[in-house]
Write a protein that binds this ligand. Structure first.
Ligand SMILES: *Cc1c(COP(=O)(O)O)cnc(C)c1O
Length: 432
């Protein structure tokens, strides 16, 4: 349970207004990350697994790829999971040792594989074709990389189809239950003594702990099957992916990493035998609740009887919520221009963003104190996958992101994690 909550958000918000990080003309939108909260969350992740096990917790960079954030996670003891050349470069910039990095992607190019293998970054092959490509590359160079295969345990979908990677027809990994695959995989391991890891990632958000644990149990059972089949302990590590769901409905951190580990113990006790090294790849659950977005209300109006607040936070920073509101609901909190919580009687209203399309709404018919022009809305739980992955609709600039730390007296100090993107006039094309 993180100590992160409404009180901490309000302290950070009020300090941000006082220190000019939010300002109605020059800084109408910003993201904030509670760096103390991040460290508490990483501590809770690490303590969920017994010290006797060899576990590398690799942060899934796509959840928040800002280099100073990755640096903070490295200093807190995490490794890093990357899924593109861009994320690989960001992780290296953040100072991760290649041996503490994992490269997963269903579309790794030859050049990306060569780079990862040369550096010693762990690689999880996503398909039989990728395994053949690895054969070709490894025929001419040696590598210190740990190499595994991503299997799809085909345990089914969670509540968000787009986030479920272990369905019968998912694009990810090699499906374990498809005709002939188990045998083909056993032979693939037999023929490649350098294939020493098994990887799975059941899905992100919307997957129950039971579903995730059943998927991981199948990966662990398959690792045991490989070693039995080969009569040697060739598989030495299991990468169990991420996907711990986040509670977007309140400040409770449920489920916690301890609950997750308890489910794993029930479903896959062999994982805790000490026989295997373990990699985890959590993203959302590490950062979501440790970040929030704050935006000024520029105007308000009443339309068809419903109050609407036009704010500066919309699809450019909350893309999934705007386009798939049922799958990705977010809370909204109403604050006055100084950042103080508003306590006026709640009324239903729409919270809109600045983008030029009618559906750019963060919330519809949401009951909260009536917002006025100049107020500030806070959108909690946006530390992962939101302001760190902006959408460039209407050429809206990427907002600044600030890290915050609270000292014992409640004083807030900020660290710039990403400057706001400048609005530049278009460059004049040569010859015009
Ligand atoms: C997205 C992803 C993760 C992280 O998922 P979260 O839900 O953010 O924990 C981990 N591993 C892989 C392979 C992924 O694609």
């Amino acid at each position: 349970m993180s100590a992160y909550g409404k009180d901490r958000r309000e302290r950070i918000l009020r300090a941000a207004v006082e220190q000019g990080l939010l300002e109605p003309e020059t800084a109408v939108l910003a993201g904030f990350i509670d760096l103390d909260g991040v460290n508490e969350t990483v501590t809770s992740l690490r303590s969920a697994f017994p010290d006797s096990l060899r576990v590398l917790h690799a942060f899934a960079a796509k959840a928040n790829c800002l280099v100073p954030v990755l640096q903070e996670l490295r200093l807190s003891g995490m490794g890093c999971e990357v899924a593109s050349a861009g994320e690989l470069a960001q992780a290296l910039d953040a100072g991760f040792e290649p041996a503490r990095m994992v490269f997963d992607s269903p579309a790794k190019t030859r050049a990306e594989l060569v780079q990862a293998l040369s550096l010693g970054v762990a690689v999880n092959a996503d398909s039989f074709q990728e395994l053949s490509r690895l054969d070709e590359i490894l025929a001419t160079r040696r590598s210190d990389s740990r190499i595994g295969v991503r299997i799809n345990p085909q345990v089914g979908a969670g509540s968000i189809t787009a986030m479920s990677t272990a369905t019968a027809t998912s694009k990810f990994g090699i499906p374990l239950e498809d005709e002939g695959n188990r045998q083909r995989l056993l032979q693939a391991y037999r023929d490649r003594p350098w294939l020493t890891w098994v990887h799975t990632h059941v899905g992100s958000q919307g997957c129950s702990l039971d579903l995730i644990a059943r998927g991981i149990a199948k990966a662990v059972a398959f690792a045991e099957e490989i070693n039995d089949y080969l009569g040697r302990g060739q598989v030495t590590g299991i990468d169990i992916g991420g996907g711990l769901p986040v509670n977007f409905g309140s400040d409770e951190t449920t489920p916690g990493f301890d609950t997750y580990a308890a489910h794993l113990r029930d479903h896959a006790p062999a994982l805790f035998s000490g026989e295997y090294e373990i990699v985890t790849e959590f993203g959302r659950s590490v950062l979501a609740k440790n970040g929030f977005t704050a935006a000024y209300v520029e105007y308000t109006k009443t339309v068809g009887g419903r109050p609407i607040a036009i704010t500066h936070a919309g699809a450019q920073v909350a893309t999934r919520t705007v386009f798939a509101p049922d799958a990705w609901p977010l809370r909204i909190e109403a604050h006055d221009p100084h950042g103080r919580t508003k306590h006026s009687p709640p009324v239903p209203q729409d919270i809109a963003g600045p983008c030029c399309f009618a559906g750019d709404l963060l919330a519809r018919n949401r009951t909260l104190p009536l917002l006025d022009a100049g107020d500030i809305v806070v959108v909690p739980d946006t530390g992962a996958y939101y302001f760190s992955t902006p959408f460039h609709y209407n050429s809206l600039p990427e907002p600044a992101v600030h890290g915050a730390r609270l000292d014992a007296d409640g004083r807030v100090t900020f660290q710039l994690l990403r400057p706001a993107q400048a609005v530049h006039p278009a460059p004049v094309l040569a010859g015009r």
